[in-house]
Design a protein around this ligand. Sequence first.
Ligand code: AMP
Length: 234
Amino acid sequence: MAQETSCAVGPIVLLGPPGAGKGTQSKRIMEHYGVPQISTGDLLRENVVQGTDLGKAAKAVMARGQLVSDDLVCNMVRQRLLLPDTTRGYILDGFPRTAAQAGWLDALLEHELFDKRCPTRSWPIVIRLEVDYNQLLLRITGRRSCPTCGRIYNVHFQPPRTDEVCDEAHGTKLVARNDDRLEIIQPRLTAFQEQTRPVADYYQHTGRLISVNGDLPVDDVTEQIYRILEDHRA
Ligand code: AMP
């Protein structure tokens, strides 16, 4: 069917430092438009848990809050993007994280994915979530998720009804990510400053970067993102 092979929203890249709300917003976009969220952080963590070769190579680097090598991450992303659920669009969350990854993604789209996955040849819409530094720290240190249903909470801003327990997956105790500890946050924010800022510059130069005020309440941020995506569909 034609609808299955055309892009519903095209590729979406969500940029922003750790704690900017990329995961939360991705999940909303995913549900709203019915396109998959591809979080490189989640994929890497799954590989670590499963003990794959990739997981073994990435584990120590991630524990230090540094970036996994471009080769490993790009290969993982290529395999994910070739799965059949990406034909109507997808959300990249946490990728690209270096200028090299951004250039690699454009080349992959142009030479492989446009023909196989997206006949409308849509370039990614790149949305940058901008968040104040102190707000980021609160968001990261307060972040908890449910290991059963994946729902994300924040003990400061969006606490569960019962302390540290998921509202939806009955009785499941919420967990904090290993790399959300204060001593790992600083290297992660430094990695963002040094390596991910050039990604924004890359997209700025190609005229594809749109910034959103990520300090606003979560529903307002979602509203802004939907407006941008609708403008691009119009
Ligand atoms: P995240 O969940 O996006 O904060 O990612 C957690 C960790 O996974 C990061 O601190 C990096 O070690 C690694 N990681 C995730 N995405 C990438 C990427 N695109 N390039 C390199 N490393 C990544």
